[in-house]
Write a protein that binds this ligand. Structure first.
Ligand SMILES: [Zn+2]
Ligand SMILES: [Zn+2]
Length: 490
């Protein structure tokens, strides 16, 4: 890796001993370039696409490159060819054409075997980790190949915070933690001066619904939740983010009671240490609990140990749920509302995502920072609120790009760039040419997607209004829009 020394950030050069160890960790992952894609259909017909990361050789971002230049050069950087091919292997590839259920088109899933040249990944940092930022920004990284790879992956993109799944997020199994990987994780954190206690925010399984009243389902959900908390404890992680639950089967009040009951039960078990469950704000209303600040406040009210409960504010979700963060005034008022209803002391983390869907659309569609309906100004508001400094800020923005041949691949340089961008927004003058240029470029980049989703939302609204017109339906049906969660491609 010496050939890339020129692109290595100064801090990494100083810390060459650490870097060598990181490379050792990196080589462990290099055999895992196989891509698998699975889809999950959600009730509204939309399809969640989950792709195990395909590591692509990427060009490191030089530490001395200006941010604007980095930003401008990005598209060409994405197209650069891999320089190293190590082996050839037969892989099972799942090709998918997925389209939005709302547009009426169908999904096709084709499985086939093919020969593919496996590329050695290059984990030379795309960006150095900023050492003096007031923020702790990072992204949801992959644990493919073992938990410890999360550290390699976060260093790769210059993260100072990170999220990860502790086990497969779409399976009910709770296999015992791999102790070798767990030890490597802890060791790698130490090597990179990463405190998992303050900057790591694992994301809970999407299957778990702590608001389910059925005994068997309740037990299964609790088991997975509890298991995750014990994993956090084992790894030195103190925060654990999860979707509060869905009260479809029992109603809001009972759902909230059940969630709190599960949290209280987990608190009482010493195996969970002092890990803090963190409730995520949700994009939808109706049976989804967490679409309003009041939902979360009501759960917290019933939690006995108030020192071990927190909230994670997802900028995309709250915006989709009707909380406007776009102007300095509306931002202040939303934060005030949060403080009055929940209490700012419970705010422990943020998911930082733009939204492809408009305000109060109740759609959970993450967009890249500045390209969605929130826009760059909203994120300027966010990072300049000193009360949020030091909290983990996790990007869950989509990073899939076309590789030039029509194939979708992950481009992690997008996260590397977004991290630097958010950090640089602290104290930036919004009247400056620099800010205005960025704001416009990003808004232009997302214009097509905003228009597409905006039209969908409008159509749906009209449809719903027509449905409602002849006779009154149950209000539950009207409001409920099942969540489409695009956040979990990590
Ligand atoms: Zn989430
Ligand atoms: Zn989401």
């Amino acid at each position: 890796m010496a050939r890339q020394a020129a692109a290595v950030a100064p801090s990494e050069i100083e810390d060459s001993g650490t870097k060598r160890k990181a490379e050792t960790v990196a080589t462990r992952t290099s055999k895992r370039t196989r891509k698998t894609v699975t889809t999950t259909e959600v009730p509204n017909g939309d399809v969640i696409v989950e792709a195990a990361p395909v590591r692509k050789r990427e060009t490191p971002v030089k530490a001395d490159e200006g941010l604007a230049e980095t930003f401008a050069e990005a598209p060409s950087a994405r197209k650069r060819k891999p320089r190293v091919k190590v082996e050839e292997e037969t892989v099972k590839s799942t090709k998918i054409a997925v389209v939005d259920g709302e547009s009426g088109t169908t999904e096709i899933q084709v499985k086939r075997k093919r020969q593919r040249k496996q590329k050695e990944e290059d984990l030379t940092p795309l960006a150095e980790r900023t050492v003096d930022s007031k923020l702790r920004v990072g992204a949801h990284v992959s644990i493919a190949g073992g938990l410890h790879n999360a550290v390699t992956n976060l260093v790769h993109i210059g993260s100072n915070a990170f999220a990860l799944f502790l086990k497969s997020q779409r399976k009910w199994e709770n296999p015992p933690i791999n102790t070798e990987h767990a030890d490597l994780f802890i060791e790698a954190c130490k090597q990179h001066s990463i405190e998992p206690g303050t900057c790591c925010l694992p994301h809970g399984s999407y299957l778990v619904n702590l608001a389910h009243p059925d005994e068997a389902r309740k037990k299964q959900a609790y088991k997975s939740f509890h298991d995750d908390l014990t994993r956090c404890h084992r790894l030195g992680i103190k925060l654990y983010n999860f979707h509060p639950g869905n009260s479809n089967a029992c109603g809001r009040e009972e759902g909230i009671r059940l969630i709190a009951e599960n949290i209280n039960q987990a608190h009482q078990d010493p195996k969970t240490g002092d890990v803090m469950p963190v409730l995520e704000t949700m994009a939808t209303l109706g049976n989804t609990i967490g679409g309003t600040f009041q939902d979360l406040a009501d759960i917290i009210k019933l939690v006995e140990d108030k020192t071990r409960i927190g909230v994670c504010l997802d900028t995309c979700h709250v915006f989709a749920a009707g909380y406007d963060l776009r102007t300095p005034e509306t931002f202040v008022s939303v934060m005030k509302e949060f403080d009055e209803i929940i209490g700012l002391k419970y705010l422990k983390a943020l998911h930082v995502n733009d939204s492809k869907a408009p305000l109060a659309s109740y759609r959970d569609l993450h967009a890249r920072i500045g390209t969605g309906y929130l826009g760059l100004r909203a994120f300027h508001n966010l990072v300049n609120d000193e009360r949020l400094h030091g909290l983990p800020m996790i990007l869950e923005t989509p990073i899939e790009v076309d590789d030039g041949t029509g194939k979708k691949v992950e481009d992690k340089s997008i996260w590397a760039r977004e991290i630097k961008m958010l950090e640089s927004l602290v104290g930036m003058d919004v009247e400056s040419e620099h800010f205005k240029k960025w704001e416009k470029e990003l808004a232009d980049e997302g214009a097509g997607e905003r228009e597409r989703i905006g039209e969908q939302v409008e159509r749906k609204k009209k449809k719903d209004a027509e449905k409602m017109a002849p006779k009154k339906r149950k209000s539950k049906k009207k409001v409920e829009i099942d969540e489409e969660d695009e956040e979990d491609s990590a």
